[in-house]
Design a protein around this ligand. Sequence first.
Ligand SMILES: Cc1cc2nc3c(=O)[nH]c(=O)nc-3n(C[C@H](O)[C@H](O)[C@H](O)COP(=O)(O)O)c2cc1C
Length: 205
Amino acid sequence: MDNPMNVLAIVGSVRKGKATDILVDKAIEGVTSGHLNCFVKKVNLIDYRIGYCRNCLTCRDSETKEPVAKCQIRDDMDFLNEDLLKSDSLILGTPVHMGFATAIMMTFLERICWTFAKPEKNILTLSGCPLPRSDKKRKAVIIVTSGIVPPIYRIFCDKATPLIRGTIRDSLNAKTIDSMYAGDIEHRGAEYYFDKAFNLGKKLV
Ligand SMILES: Cc1cc2nc3c(=O)[nH]c(=O)nc-3n(C[C@H](O)[C@H](O)[C@H](O)COP(=O)(O)O)c2cc1C
């Protein structure tokens, strides 16, 4: 029997049942096809009450030894933080909105930025940059969908992937092992990318 693995899939689309949501489901199928002892939780951020980070910096400046510092805001991030703590692997999906991640994905990332990280104190390196509070290592894959721009022009229309990759590395100690850009989805349809998403999920195992 495989070692137990907790996978958390996070969907940053404002639309359920559409391209990003469907491709994240395919990636989940890929994970579960290759791992028999795998618990998957899927979260559509649109279903959660997530307030904007207010830049009070209480979490950043917290000296806690816990893997997550307390945020001043009481909302559904309390539950999502518990899911993140349990997770061994992550699937993150977002549509491209104006070349970037969606506002809800961005709001979520801002909220984990300093709760799961503390400022780097080593003066020889970039002092003040976020360092994960926990040593727990995670793996991640990222799925980005875009309506019009095809994959060949990804470089001009995908600031979402580096943003997500950097944030989950610095806050959640998560290594992004691969990502996919499902471009021109308005014309190609999500089906065009099913195999790619499935295989991406398999890579997490
Ligand atoms: C506000 C907004 C901005 C968008 N910006 C872009 C863009 O810069 N490039 C692009 O190709 N598609 C853009 N799109 C289209 C979405 O990326 C596309 O519809 C995507 O497949 C939506 O994902 P979903 O089906 O999971 O909702 C934008 C859509 C919205 C609503």
